[in-house]
Design a protein around this ligand. Structure first.
Ligand SMILES: NC(=O)c1ccc[n+]([C@@H]2O[C@H](COP(=O)([O-])OP(=O)(O)OC[C@H]3O[C@@H](n4cnc5c(N)ncnc54)[C@H](OP(=O)(O)O)[C@@H]3O)[C@@H](O)[C@H]2O)c1
Length: 264
């Protein structure tokens, strides 16, 4: 198993990617601490992970609140004795699809501030423990908006590029202490639409372009080299690999899971 005896904290652990990662990390032998906003979603993700044989604890923690995150992470470190993996899979609805003339400053800054705030808070809280134990991996998730161009991407592009820059810089800071930082950049996953904030957000983006959601998704598929979008399971499998010791030489990397919509 890839993650045998590893202790993993997942913020946004009840979400689409967070829950899929919990299931795969569980299957690969990790002990899990799932933190998030809604207890029912956390419990559902925990049940699925327990069905894979893992020990799982859940906690309601506001991942935007640095003090709350730090208290929870300190509790986890004390209970488990260490933190090997920290994944921030927090996601929230925001404005996409509008031109700059129709975008308010608040709507533009909402994803930029929110994603950078939560990733700063969770990374800072776990870094102290990982530095002390001289090992660990911090995983962040950006979007292809970091590199794409086109209409309606302003806030998404700025938050994604900002998060990738944050991840690179943090890798440089923590590398000498044996701590890795990897950012994973998946394309939109159509099997996440039913559970993710992206369902409503992409629906509005398609509507703003005057086309049905199916047609909008077909357009995204058409931009990929592989002729398909990634699945939640594939992204979770990749996160498990990157979190494992088999990826021990990988840090400061932005992993491109765009199915070839972007090529390096
Ligand atoms: N889905 C995609 O196609 C896609 C593609 C590329 C990148 N991503 C990235 O993947 C990440 C996760 O997206 P997702 O699709 O898994 O979203 P999701 O299914 O909507 O899950 C996001 C999770 O974050 C939780 N959350 C939101 N605000 C929180 C807060 N303040 N404190 C604690 N938890 C909070 C939500 O809690 P509730 O359960 O209470 O809602 C939810 O469980 C995001 O960074 C997104 O940009 C997603």
């Amino acid at each position: 198993m890839l993650l045998e005896n590893k202790v993993a904290v997942i913020h946004g652990g009840g979400g689409s990617i967070g829950g899929a990662a919990a299931r795969v990390f569980a299957r690969e032998g990790a002990r899990l601490y799932l933190a998030g906003r809604s207890l029912p979603r956390l419990e559902a993700a925990a049940s699925a992970a327990r069905a894979e044989g893992a020990e799982v604890e859940v906690a309601v923690v506001d991942a935007m609140d640095p003090d709350a995150v730090e208290r929870h992470v300190d509790d986890v470190a004390e209970a488990a004795g260490r933190i090997d993996i920290a994944l921030n899979a927090v996601g929230f609805d925001h404005v996409q699809g509008l031109p700059i003339a129709e975008t308010s400053l608040d709507d533009y800054l909402h994803p930029v501030v929110g994603y950078l705030q939560t990733n700063f808070a969770t990374a800072k809280a776990v870094a102290r423990h990982m530095i002390a134990q001289r090992s660990g991996v911090i995983l962040t998730i950006s979007t292809p908006g970091a590199r794409l161009t086109g209409r309606g991407l302003l806030g998404n592009a700025a938050q994604s590029a900002g998060l990738e820059g944050f991840s690179r810089a943090l890798a440089g800071e923590l590398g000498p202490d044996g701590v890795r930082v990897v950012c994973v950049r998946p394309h939109a996953m159509s099997d996440a639409l039913a559970t993710s904030y992206t369902g409503a957000m992409f629906g509005r983006t398609a509507a703003a372009g005057g086309i049905p959601m199916d047609e909008w998704l077909t357009g995204l598929v058409g931009m990929t080299v592989l002729g398909r979008l990634p699945t939640l399971e594939e992204v979770a499998d990749y996160l498990a690999f990157v979190a494992s010791d088999r990826a021990r030489s990988m840090t400061g990397a932005i992993a491109n899971l765009s199915a070839g919509a972007l090529v390096d």
